[in-house]
Design a binder for this molecule. Structure first.
Ligand code: UTP
Length: 323
């Protein structure tokens, strides 16, 4: 069952009004985060810091940048931290204001100013499809975006805007696809595709959740960005639990794809899966190196650190070396 939580008073959005029909984004963040235990025992994985902001803030910033100014977070147990992060923190703000620390004051206020943020609880983590279904009442009969709360697309990329543009032109639903090594396909939803004649846009003819390599229809993996037609809700209502006993969004999209109404935008840019320990480490190191305030000192230290790694020990530390 999904329970609505009253939103805090809407903050003025810096996002200019747009003519686009897609104005709402749903951010599912109610998963158990088992890959990141024990850190995620009492903290949602979406709140793990990536340098100095929680992962989910990058996701909300991406939605706001694409003009989506109404965001519904689907949260679960222990997700109070997400709700608090996107709300005002009066005591903290007062203390920083009294000190005249305007830089930190802005950093504390920014999350609540990004968009009009709402929350709903997914009582039990019955799967991503169920989390999306929880958004039905809030979304209504309009197309909407879904951004997974632990899946980061680099801020320099324009993936979501491209997907919204493809929805405008083709209607139906749009998924983001990334070519992965065939050995990795079992970790993702996987798409069968055919060409549209447009560079970087494909028609999705079938979808299968986490297939074995030998059964995968391609090496196009579905990554955590979707623009969905509201028809998906009717399909999700009758979607039975699938792989892992969860109600899978992929299974509902498979039905829509069979009807010829799903397109894919092929993405070959920078993406960070912060729900995976190795990718999380690489993301933090990469983004820290690129930060003007931290990068120069941190990069200098990193160079020394890597140079001092003993060869045999370094060979066993793939994650640190790849970062
Ligand atoms: P994941 O499969 O990555 O999330 O779901 P998980 O189950 O939390 O992760 P692991 O595998 O156990 O570590 C993708 C997204 O869907 C959300 C998650 O929070 C994540 O953002 N999700 C998943 C829900 O909101 N509800 C669910 O029931 C399942």
């Amino acid at each position: 069952m999904c329970r609505m939580i009253a939103p805090h008073s809407p903050s003025p959005s810096p996002v200019p009004a747009s003519a686009r029909p897609v104005r709402k984004a749903v951010v599912p963040a109610a998963g158990l985060g088992t890959r990141f235990l024990p850190a995620t025992k009492a903290t949602p994985k979406e709140m793990l810091p990536v340098v100095d902001k929680p992962a989910i803030q990058y996701v909300v910033e991406e939605a706001a940048k694409a003009g989506l100014d109404d965001i519904l977070m689907v949260t679960g147990r222990h997700k109070r931290a997400i709700e608090d992060h996107f709300d005002h923190a009066f005591e903290l703000e007062q203390a920083l204001a009294a000190k005249g620390d305007t830089v930190r004051l802005d950093a504390v206020r920014d999350p609540a100013r990004l968009a009009d943020i709402h929350h709903i609880r997914q009582g039990d983590p019955l799967g991503l499809g169920h989390a999306v279904l929880c958004a039905r009442h809030h979304v209504g009969d309009q197309p909407f975006a879904v951004l997974l709360g632990d899946d980061l697309i680099d801020a320099r990329e324009t993936l979501l805007s491209r997907m919204l543009d493809v929805r405008d032109r083709y209607q139906g639903s749009v998924v983001a696809l990334m070519e992965v090594d065939p050995s990795q396909v079992h970790l993702y939803g996987c798409a069968a595709v055919e060409a549209t004649g447009e560079d970087g846009v494909v028609r999705v003819t079938g979808l299968v959740e986490k297939p074995a390599q030998e059964h995968a229809p391609s090496n196009y993996a579905v990554i955590g960005r979707y623009v969905l037609d509201p028809r998906v809700f009717d399909v999700l209502e009758r979607t039975a639990p699938g792989r892992g006993g969860e109600i899978q969004l992929t299974d509902a999209l498979q039905e829509l794809a069979a009807g010829g109404t799903v397109h894919g935008v092929v993405f070959d840019g920078l993406r960070y899966d912060t729900g995976d320990k190795g990718d999380y480490l690489r993301t933090v190191v990469r983004l820290a190196c690129e930060r003007p305030d931290l990068g120069p000192e941190f990069t200098a230290w990193l160079r020394e650190f890597v140079a001092a790694l003993p060869e045999e020990e370094g060979a066993g530390r793939e994650e640190s070396r790849a970062a």
